[in-house]
Write a protein that binds this ligand. Structure first.
Ligand SMILES: *Cc1c(COP(=O)(O)O)cnc(C)c1O
Length: 397
């Protein structure tokens, strides 16, 4: 029996451990120099002027939609085929999600369906680079500009991807990254808002920090009677300009992020090598549709998701996943459609609202994918997949 091959695995080295140690010895555990360094590194990597670190990708989405004024009565167009966070963030703000069906090649929103979904009530477009694929982002940006509505880029799965030389995070008015342990880089939990819009960045900084303005000195850092604590001047710790949240990222998490970001090029290279090996092994597997990379794109590979051909049913796909798990190969059904999750169905969404996304999501399988997945392990995963597919074919008679 082979050792278990998990779906995902973080890659933490002595560099990150050393930086975390430095923070723990510094007595500065929140709002400090590590957060600023991490913000600069992610902003630079995404081709944006400003980075605003937040406690998760979801917190970043909520902050951005709040900053852009999304509220009751506002429609926000988004994808039905993604992790659930972007659609949930629209609901947090009281907005109405409008799902534009996907295009079956890249699995991102179909630009024609996106444009057809625009109404006078459309407040923003919230686009996702699903599985890190930057396809159509430039087209979405053109559509958004011509209708004078902001494009928000949920680039949580696309750190390091680019399309025709433009880096993910920089297509829209604002982008949001996430650093949960299965992403290209991790801080345990964490996220980052990136933008060129200085006013928006300032507003997001305030919203993440309880609606405080400026660069307030944390109250625990105040010394003696001369401190500002208790004052009502802008920048004082107990003055709040607006309703905000506590979505700050700690110095410990930021230190992990600084270490991870300094290794980003190497991380992306290794993920590319794993993806290449999967592609080679799957090329002559007629029942399997491998992921595609659009022309002119660099893809940083968040996950490796294949699709069974359209003759396969959901039950067959689920049995293949179950069989692979029994052989200690971590697999998952990325992603069930968002609009068919119970709390969206309760809002009136139903089967048939996004037929392409529904058809695709019945047949996808996420295979194990992480930086140090070996060629040998990839071979074992593909062998196991073949075995499970041949069992299904025998069942069919
Ligand atoms: C991971 C992810 C998020 C949010 O991430 P968290 O940090 O877990 O809140 C948002 N959108 C997409 C598309 C993601 O993949």
């Amino acid at each position: 029996m082979a050792d278990e091959i998990p779906l995902s695995r973080p890659d933490i080295t002595d560099l990150e451990i050393g930086l975390v140690n430095d923070v723990l010895r510094s007595e500065r555990l929140s709002i400090g120099p590590m957060q600023e360094r991490f913000e600069e590194m992610v902003a630079e990597a995404s081709g944006c002027h400003h980075g605003v670190a937040v406690s998760s990708g979801t917190a970043g989405l909520h902050t951005v939609l709040t900053a852009l004024g999304v509220g009751p009565g506002d429609e926000v167009i988004t994808t039905p085929f993604s992790f659930i966070a972007p659609a949930n963030a629209i609901l947090y703000c009281g907005g109405t999600p409008v799902f534009a069906d996907i295009e079956p090649g890249s699995l991102n929103m179909d630009p024609k369906k996106l444009e057809a979904a625009i109404t006078p009530r459309t407040k923003a477009i919230l686009a996702v680079e699903t599985f890190g694929n930057p396809a159509h982002m430039d087209t979405y940006a053109r559509i958004a500009a011509s209708h004078e509505i902001p494009l928000i880029e949920d680039c949580c799965e696309a750190l390091g991807s680019s399309l025709r030389g433009r880096r993910c995070g920089s297509f829209g008015r604002v982008g949001i990254f996430a650093f949960y342990p299965n992403k290209q880089i991790t801080t345990g939990e964490g996220g980052m808002i990136v933008t060129d819009d200085e006013r928006l960045a300032t507003l997001c900084r305030s919203l993440r920090n309880q609606g405080r303005s400026g660069k307030p000195t944390p109250v625990h850092m105040h010394r003696g009677e001369g401190g500002q604590a208790g004052g009502v001047t802008a920048g004082s710790w107990l003055h709040h300009d607006r309703l905000g949240f506590n979505y700050r990222l700690s110095e410990v998490a930021s230190a992990i992020g600084v270490g991870q970001m300094s290794r980003l090029d190497d991380i992306i290279e290794r993920r590319q090598a794993v993806a290449n090996h999967y592609m080679q092994r799957l090329i002559d597997e007629p029942q399997v549709i491998a992921p595609t990379v659009p022309e002119g794109a660099e893809m940083s590979w968040f996950v490796f998701v294949i699709r069974l051909d359209s003759s396969y049913t959901r039950e067959e796909r689920d049995r293949v996943i179950g069989g692979m798990r029994r052989h200690d190969v971590g697999c998952s059904d990325y992603f069930p459609c968002i609009h068919l999750q119970p709390h969206f169905q309760a809002l009136g969404f139903e089967e048939g609202d996004a037929p392409v996304a529904e058809s695709v999501s019945r047949r996808t399988i996420a295979l194990p994918f992480y930086n140090d997945l070996t060629d040998h392990e990839v071979d074992f995963v593909v062998q196991t997949l073949r075995l499970m597919l041949s069992r299904e074919n025998l069942n069919r008679g």
